[in-house]
Design a protein around this ligand. Structure first.
Ligand SMILES: NC(=O)c1ccc[n+]([C@@H]2O[C@H](COP(=O)([O-])OP(=O)(O)OC[C@H]3O[C@@H](n4cnc5c(N)ncnc54)[C@H](OP(=O)(O)O)[C@@H]3O)[C@@H](O)[C@H]2O)c1
Length: 383
């Protein structure tokens, strides 16, 4: 089996690369990687394996330099003779930024880049499987307070919290158009946060939001609203399991489902004891958010904030004037936290031998010790 993977330097793609490299049935694992200021593609791929001390066999794991925004990417890949032996393509790369300023790049990478990969893949003589890593969040924001099944998406009328979700939906639509059903596997992870093993997660994407909530402590969100979150090691295992299982469907949620869903009250309860240097978590009604934002700009509490002197004085010393930036970055997350959605995972559990994932409030204690390493302002500027 010869596999081509995009996104290997990412949070999920990195775990997948390490996991797939251990499977002897995979003869070669080609990884599409772009060079950047941190290094050239071979160096960056090596770092992926070094991160958790995974063995790196450079005769089997092969970096391929490439940029999804390159309009000639498909053409370039078509000209590489060895790629004609590739039978499995896993497209994990995406522009995952939620920042409004990243909208154009979301489009170019998640739709345009996916089209480049599809144009090339359609020329592969031995292709058996095209695995697209989508996102369960394409279900949109109108579906609230409910349990969601795979067939409810894609829905082109869905409204999206951020451009990233819209472009992932369009990417999935293109994939479904281009790849015959018998060769297609679409996985849609729910929110991926942290790692259930006792290791440092390779990315603080999403974990940033927990670090920020842990930082501000006064949270304008319903703490009982259900959250569907999974750890990255479970997501990678589930994708690998699905790749080799006898599948009855084309599309699978990789999610916590009703069994393992959590909420902010349970998550904050799990990490609270790790941080005794700040006020306790307190949940308040959403209407307090504009007052918190106003305070963060003018540093004068409105009458609505007068009941929370402990928090106001803590923000003054803890945020050094940056609370405004952190609150702005958190805004889409606050809206997401109140959607009260769970994603059905019965297809995944029926077609693999996987157990339900651990709940975040069970594994986050391990990840919690890394929260203080996260730069809240940098994360807020590029959520
Ligand atoms: N994390 C989640 O909660 C979550 C949930 C559901 C679905 N997903 C999906 O899972 C996949 C992986 O997400 P992730 O969390 O691992 O994201 P990530 O950490 O941001 O990684 C994104 C990967 O895509 C690559 N990439 C981005 N732009 C590129 C470009 N122009 N050309 C080539 N490569 C490019 C990145 O390469 P560089 O290192 O060079 O930037 C990186 O390897 C995505 O498709 C995402 O939509 C993620």
């Amino acid at each position: 089996m010869n596999v081509f993977l995009t996104g290997a330097t990412g949070f999920l793609g990195g775990e997948l690369a390490a996991l797939l490299s251990k499977l002897t049935k995979i003869k070669r694992l080609y990884c599409l990687i772009r060079g950047d200021e941190t290094g050239d593609p071979p160096h960056r791929l090596r770092q992926v394996f070094d991160f958790h001390g995974d063995a790196f066999d450079n005769t089997r794991i092969i970096p391929v330099e490439g940029e999804l925004q390159d309009d000639k990417l498909a053409e370039k890949l078509m000209h590489v003779k060895e790629f004609r032996e590739i039978d499995t393509v896993i497209h994990a790369a995406a522009d995952t930024s939620f920042a409004p300023a990243s909208a154009a790049s979301n489009d170019k990478v998640n739709i345009g880049g996916t089209l480049q990969i599809l144009n090339w893949v359609q020329t592969l003589p031995s292709l058996t499987t095209f695995l697209y890593i989508g996102t369960a969040s394409i279900c949109g924001t109108q579906l609230t307070n409910c349990h969601i099944h795979e067939d409810q998406s894609p829905n082109t009328a869905a409204l999206h919290l951020v451009r990233h979700c819209y472009t992932k939906m369009q990417g999935e639509i293109e994939v479904t158009r281009a790849i015959p059903k018998e060769k297609l596997l679409v996985v849609r992870p729910s929110i991926i946060m942290g790692d259930s093993r006792d290791v440092k997660p390779r990315s603080c994407v999403i974990l940033w939001a927990l670090a920020a909530v842990n930082g501000i402590r006064l949270i304008p969100v319903n703490p009982e609203s259900v959250l569907d979150i999974i750890p990255v090691d479970y997501a990678a295992n589930a994708i690998a399991e699905l790749l080799f299982s006898k599948r009855r469907w084309t599309t699978y949620h990789i999610s916590a489902g009703k069994q393992s869903a959590t909420n902010l009250a349970k998550v904050s309860g799990a990490i609270e004891g790790l941080f005794n240097d700040r006020p306790p978590f307190k949940y308040v009604r959403r209407q307090l958010l504009p007052h918190m934002k106003r305070w963060s700009k003018k540093h004068q509490p409105t009458s609505e904030l007068l009941g929370f002197p402990e928090y106001v004085s803590y923000w003054s010393s803890a945020f050094n004037g940056n609370l405004r930036i952190v609150l702005a970055g958190l805004e889409p997350y606050f809206r997401f936290m109140e959607l009260n959605q769970t994603l059905d995972n019965s297809r995944l559990l029926a077609d693999t031998k996987l157990p339900a994932p651990p709940s975040p409030h069970e594994y986050l204690r391990k990840t919690g010790k890394y929260l203080n390493d996260i730069d809240l302002v940098a994360g807020a500027l590029d959520p």
